[in-house]
Design a protein around this ligand. Sequence first.
Ligand code: MN
Length: 288
Amino acid sequence: MALPPPPPGPALELVRGRHEELGGVPIARLLPRRPRRTVGAWCFLDAMGPADAALAVGPHPHIGLQTVTWLLEGEVVHLDSLGVEQPIRPGQLNLMTAGHGVAHAEEGVEGRRLRGAQLWVAQPEATRHGAAAFEHHAELPEVEVGGLRASVLVGELAGVRSPARHDTPLLGAELRGARTRAALPLERGFEHAVAVLEGTVSAAGQVVGTGELLHLGSGREEVEVVVDEPAVALLLGGEPLGEELAMWWNFVGRSGAEIDEARAAWEVGDDRFGAVASSIARVPAPPR
Ligand code: MN
């Protein structure tokens, strides 16, 4: 059943991760959840690990979204149907754009502890039917705000801009610090959220623990973040989407018919998604 969209303006809504498992690794799913399913175009967030098991996700398809991979510990090799094979380590960004269709696999490295985040960004009408693409950023710009160190993954924070592609106005930053406080400048027209990957932070006076996400709503010019113990969090933001997404399995579209079409194409091995050179078995679509 469709719920009315949350009203514009500041909010303080805490979400606890729903615990699941992905490719042998425990995850806490923080987006999408009800009633706030998105933060700007950010439409999916899994906090992964910590796990001593290597991630093993076989070839699977995506449409209409970008995947964003960010690690705190460990290493994962990304393989996709564009022919890219790209290891990612902490502090680096993997950004895959699915557009009309792409397939990829994620293979962890054995014997390494894994912790990180997997996010999706919904693509707008202008690019979601377009070509697939992949970017790896080995280094990202950093900025100190108060005593917090921020790595800017996507968009701009405190005058520092990431080179990563984004198709709608968007912000993604990692915040890291201990025994400090900072007032982070925000874009007033964006919705924002803070998700904690390690430790505990206080944002806008609300305590947010590991595997929790705090929706801040829109209309804020700054947010005060207080950190006692060493902590790592993600600050997410973006212009409100203003349209309803149809999300199912690994697909982001606008209608059930689009999703059915993508599912059928994957099940028959259609060229739409291409082939991935992975040693792990292909993931079949669940029943729909
Ligand atoms: Mn994927």
